[in-house]
Design a protein around this ligand. Structure first.
Ligand code: COA
Length: 577
């Protein structure tokens, strides 16, 4: 096939092809959309041989599907490893439990369990309790975020929780269909069902009488039985944690689902809390909010404390002060203790964070309640909370195994401490670079050169120390940028700081409209290759940069095409003057 000289172009996967018929002579041409060395889109027409026509003509839909499948598996591969053995607590909201989507969501949970993720499922029940009460001619009663659990409500709560647990158990149990894998020699006749465990994992205490209101059999979380939940997870069971707890006097207490789920995520030190809810989290313009830092989420909730009882409760539960920028860096001003909760020194002790009542039912503040629960657990140390619209088919797979996901993520640690460098950072950057300049790994820069380049530097600060730095030098005319002086302090290496910094730099480059990044390195090629950079010819980089290269160093050049970013994660995209 006669095609463009591949030497000057990025690898094949970055190209798109389409057939282009020239009617006059009746010959077929291939139209190639390539990305040239500086990232500009290029359209050309090349004659193709008969072989090529035959090869492409005979590709069927199922061939393309298979290719797409391979591509998807490769995209998901890093996540397979990252999630194996991790614990995710999943709230399935009562509206989703009642919907037709539940079966597919549970099938995906079963699949993910098969890939090694440990799941604790906390099903919501309020819709089912309310409808049982209405059927009996009783009116559901809420005060603030809590239900008043009178004897009728308790019966309805027990019926609902029992029925839902049984149903989830039944839907999870069959596991994957074995028919298709028989032809690969898997002939076992024994039925390998998925293990599901439920039990008395939740100790509760009566909410009692608060401000003159008797909440009846409504409970608050006292303690989560972490060792027994862990035991079951380690024995490869999915754990179902019902919202019904037991009191020290042996009574059944009806607890708030979110209070149970958030307390459980904190007590288990889960990697993620995932809330499968019945709609998307949108901004004022109706666009999906894909990502919020804990700081942004916290601010957003506090701003609404006047108009929302749930937001006001969040402020009470987490302290008046915005402590997301706290000393220990994870936004948590006091440590969570299972069985005790948080003490903010304001007289309030909290285990989990309850959401519910009329405010949530009416959705008068959208999904602010769920956001408050997300921010609450993030402050307590759960690094990622995902709020997912359960009406999206395959939402868990799409969120967890694709780079940009489809839901809203609240994260406490992403790019934590990364920011543009300031003049006061100069000395710290110098100290980071010096050993590498001395060893010849990096080119030595004079003070003037450093000062001039400072505007391109990004630093990572942890506890008032600069622990990493890198420069992003844009070449706007060529739509590309150079990554340089990329260093992580020796005592912080091997903790993923390099990955975080590189991702931050790539996002900053994308946000500035750059399409390609390149770098010159003598000693770190493997590290960058593992992160998607491929070797390219020195001729591929912009002329103005090429002219300044000290060829005697023998540096090799690496390049990466930046994919369009739809994650919604914002980084500071300005370059200091
Ligand atoms: C390369 C560097 C930035 C990585 O930072 P980091 O925070 O340790 O990186 P991460 O924690 O994200 O990744 C660590 C992994 O990178 C590997 N690694 C570290 N230095 C490497 C190198 N020079 N070449 C290849 N792999 C390297 C580690 O062995 C580790 O591998 P593992 O995950 O299989 O255990 C850091 O080692 C560094 O500052 N090196 C010196 C400066 C340098 O060479 N800069 C490049 C100038 S272009």
């Amino acid at each position: 096939m006669s095609i463009l000289n591949p030497k000057h172009y990025v690898p094949m996967q970055h190209r798109e092809y389409s057939w282009w018929n020239t009617t006059k002579c009746g010959r077929k041409y291939l139209r190639v959309f390539g990305i040239n060395k500086i990232g500009a889109k290029l359209v050309t027409k090349c004659k193709v041989s008969n072989d090529c026509i035959r090869y492409n003509d005979c590709r069927t839909d199922s061939d393309w599907k298979s290719d797409r499948f391979v591509e998807m598996m490769r995209e998901a591969w890093p996540y397979f490893k990252a999630y194996r053995g991790r614990t995710f607590v999943v709230v399935l909201c009562a509206e989703i439990i009642e919907s037709n989507n539940l079966g597919a969501i549970l099938e995906d949970i079963s699949l993910l369990h098969g890939l090694g993720i440990k799941f604790v499922l906390v099903p919501g029940t309020h819709v089912q309790i309310d409808s049982l009460l209405v059927e009996k001619g009783c009116e559901p009663k809420y005060v603030g975020r809590y239900r008043i659990t009178d004897p009728d409500s308790l019966k309805a709560a027990m019926d609902s929780a029992g029925r839902i647990t049984q149903m989830i158990q039944a839907k999870l149990s069959p596991g994957p269909s074995l028919n298709n894998i028989r032809r690969h020699g898997y002939n076992s006749r024994s039925h390998e069902s998925v293990g599901v465990a439920s039990g008395n994992f939740l100790a509760a205490k009566k909410r009692g009488v608060v401000e003159g209101v008797d909440y009846g059999a409504t409970g608050e979380v006292k303690k989560i039985d972490v060792p027994r939940i862990r035991e079951n997870l380690d024995a490869h069971s999915i754990v179902i944690l019902s919202n019904l707890g037991y009191s020290s006097s042996g009574d059944v207490l009806n607890c708030n689902t979110y209070e149970v789920a958030t307390a459980c995520a904190l007590a288990l030190e889960a990697e993620k809390l995932i809330c499968v809810i019945d709609g998307p989290i949108l901004d004022e313009m109706g666009r999906l909010i894909r990502f919020l830092t804990l700081e942004d989420a916290d601010r957003l909730i506090r701003e609404r404390a006047q108009q929302s009882e749930i937001a006001a409760s969040y402020v009470r539960a987490t302290g008046e002060e915005d402590s997301t920028k706290s000393q220990n860096g994870n936004g948590c001003s006091s440590t969570f203790q299972n069985g005790v909760g948080f003490d903010h020194g304001n007289g309030f002790w909290f285990s989990g964070f309850a959401i519910g009542g009329q405010e949530r039912l009416s959705r008068s503040n959208g999904y602010l309640s769920e956001l408050a629960a997300a921010a609450y657990v993030c402050r307590g140390g759960v690094q990622r909370v995902h709020l997912l619209d359960g009406n999206i088919g395959g939402v868990l797979l799409k969120e967890l195994y694709q780079r940009d996901g489809v839901g809203t993520m609240v994260a406490s640690d992403l790019y934590e401490g990364a920011r543009s460098a300031e003049v006061t950072d100069l000395e710290a950057i110098r100290q980071l670079l010096k050993p590498l300049e001395d060893s010849g790994t990096l080119i030595r820069r004079t003070d003037d050169e450093m000062l001039n380049a400072l505007g391109s530097f990004v630093v990572v600060e942890r506890e008032n120390h600069i622990i990493a730095c890198a420069a992003l030098i844009p070449f706007y005319n060529d739509n590309c940028g150079e990554v340089a002086a990329f260093v992580v302090s020796p005592d912080c290496r091997g903790q993923g700081q390099g990955d975080k910094l590189l991702e931050y730099i790539e996002k900053k480059a994308s946000a500035n409209g750059l399409r390609t990044l390149f770098l010159l390195t003598t000693r770190t090629e493997d590290w960058f290759v593992r992160r998607g950079y491929s070797e390219c010819s020195i001729e591929s980089i912009p002329d103005e940069r090429r002219k300044r290269i000290n060829r005697s160093r023998g540096s090799k050049c690496y390049m990466k095409q930046l994919l369009p970013d739809t994650s919604g994660i914002r980084v500071n995209n300005s370059f200091a003057e």
